[in-house]
Design a protein around this ligand. Structure first.
Ligand SMILES: [Zn+2]
Length: 177
């Protein structure tokens, strides 16, 4: 099989063991809560810590999620071209929306990874004057950093957000060359 065919994996097997209070994805235990509950939890943290600290915290938490995802997906990734499709598959399996692509562009002395996300759960149903998706920004940066095996050298940014009227949420992760 060509490699691309291997990355198109159908949904993981989900199984409830109701009496034990367990949900298994293949053999891994997962937990679930409603998206609205997750968004309420995020709101609570923003109101407790202020939006500047919350921005850093969510980015760091998401970054750990992205790095963890890369750790268990690394064997599916042969080149930069696989970064988007494999992330897309991970997100789809987990209900975190889709990754429409991760493009790499060169600009001045920078290498910029541009990730386009659709149905991002952070800003789902929200309206705002500023991008809202620091957790997903962290996931994307952790994903790229895990692949590159080094930290991005420039702060990542969300250049377009559905909450501010964009069609998708778009994130840039940049490295000085
Ligand atoms: Zn967004």
């Amino acid at each position: 099989l060509p490699f691309k065919d291997l990355t198109v994996k159908s949904a993981a097997d989900l199984r409830r063991i109701f009496d034990e209070g367990l949900i298994l994805e293949d053999s891994e235990r997962i937990i679930t809560f409603r998206l609205k509950t997750f968004q309420a939890l995020i709101d609570r943290l923003v109101s407790l810590s202020g939006s500047n600290i919350a921005k850093v915290l969510f980015h760091q938490l998401g970054n750990e999620v992205g790095q963890a995802g890369m750790r268990y997906s690394k064997d599916q990734i042969q080149s930069e071209n696989d970064l988007g499709p494999v992330l897309d598959n991970v997100l789809k399996n987990r209900g975190w929306g889709t990754c429409l692509g991760i493009d790499v562009k060169k600009q001045n002395n920078k290498q910029i990874f541009v990730a386009t996300m659709h149905n991002c759960p952070l800003c789902f149903g929200l309206k705002s004057s500023e991008p809202q998706c620091d957790f997903v920004r962290g996931i994307v940066s952790g994903w790229i950093e895990g692949y590159m095996a080094r930290k991005a050298s420039i702060d990542s940014t969300e250049t377009e957000c559905v909450a501010t009227g964009g069609k998708n949420c778009i994130f840039e992760i940049s490295y000085m060359e």
